[in-house]
Design a protein around this ligand. Structure first.
Ligand SMILES: Nc1ncnc2c1ncn2[C@@H]1O[C@H](COP(=O)(O)OP(=O)(O)O)[C@@H](O)[C@H]1O
Ligand SMILES: [Mg+2]
Length: 284
């Protein structure tokens, strides 16, 4: 289905998408959430960061997650990646029920099945680019697949920078090292939270181009949070969050379709805030 218009209301899901993934079927979604709820704090200060989210993330796809600040993007990503425990609901990643795992199982999952890319690169300053890239495998005492490492290094365009320390690399190069580090263990899925948030547009393009190629050429599945419509337009699919709920999606997004959808979302948000203010005024 190619649909440039944002589908309003609930996400559309096909019967084949819903419920697949269990048992490690390698054609269903790479990750699913059902009835996902995350509540922070209690009493007056309680925040419902995720409010009954149902979502399927495509295997071998680049999915972007967008939404206003505080809409629950990072929380959704952290719950999917086993970094945070949901209050309620089910998360399945590549056939494994993440939401039922013990801390020990979660540590193992994060080490072996999940790659992370952060906005702030998070490289170890005393290690070379190559040492940073292989660090997760070294920590897990897993062998480095030399051919795959070479393919990843080639794809990120870092072959002549491998002996450099992070301080000797540009921001874009550092983030490409972080991308290679996330990919070299061949995780089931890579989660990236604002991976281009600290980069200029040229470096952003390089990082996004690599993430997209990792999907198209290496078969990786990638989920990325972004504020940037240009970044989102690299994705196969964009999901929109507002107030902890999924409120729409665009398949095969263009930058202008994403901009339109964000405009519609913020208009709706402003309408809700006006209604709430009027309501509070009427009660005074
Ligand atoms: N550790 C936390 N403790 C309390 N509230 C939190 C915590 N993390 C996030 N929140 C709240 O949950 C909501 C969603 O946050 P977050 O997922 O970080 O949003 P986004 O990434 O879309 O900006 C916000 O209201 C935020 O203040
Ligand atoms: Mg965030």
């Amino acid at each position: 289905m190619k649909d440039d218009a944002m589908s309003t209301g609930e996400l559309t899901m096909t019967a084949t998408q819903a419920g697949a993934g269990a048992g490690g079927a390698d054609d269903g979604p790479i990750a699913t959430a059902r009835g996902l709820v995350k509540v922070y704090g209690r009493g007056q200060t309680q925040v419902r960061a995720l409010d009954e989210v149902d979502v399927d993330l495509g295997r071998g796809e680049l999915t972007a997650i967008m939404g206003p600040s505080g809409s629950g993007k990072s929380t959704l990503m952290h719950c999917l990646a086993g970094l945070d425990k949901p209050t309620d609901g089910t998360v399945v990643v590549d056939g494994e029920v993440v939401s039922a795992m013990s801390e020990r199982q979660l540590t193992r999952l994060r080490r072996t099945r999940i790659g992370f890319i952060f906005q702030a690169f998070n490289l170890v300053p005393t290690l070379t680019a190559l040492e940073n890239i292989t660090l997760p495998l070294d920590i897990a005492r897993r062998p480095v697949d030399r051919a795959y490492l070479d393919a990843v290094v080639e794809a990120v365009g870092l072959a002549d920078r491998l002996t450099h320390k992070p301080s000797e690399l540009s921001g874009g190069q550092q983030q490409r090292v972080a991308c290679a580090r996330a990919l070299v263990s061949r995780p089931s899925v890579v989660f990236a939270d604002e991976p281009t948030g600290n980069l200029d547009s040229t470096s952003s393009g390089e990082v996004l181009g690599f993430l997209r190629r990792s999907v198209d050429e290496l078969g990786q599945s990638v989920v990325m949070v972004t504020h940037d419509p240009a970044a989102a337009s690299w994705a196969h699919r964009v999901l929109f969050l507002a107030d902890g709920r999924l409120v729409g999606e665009i398949v095969d997004p263009t930058q202008s379709a994403v901009l339109d959808a964000l405009g519609e979302l913020s208009a709706r948000g402003a309408g809700r805030r006006r209604a709430a203010a009027a309501d509070a005024g009427a009660k005074r």
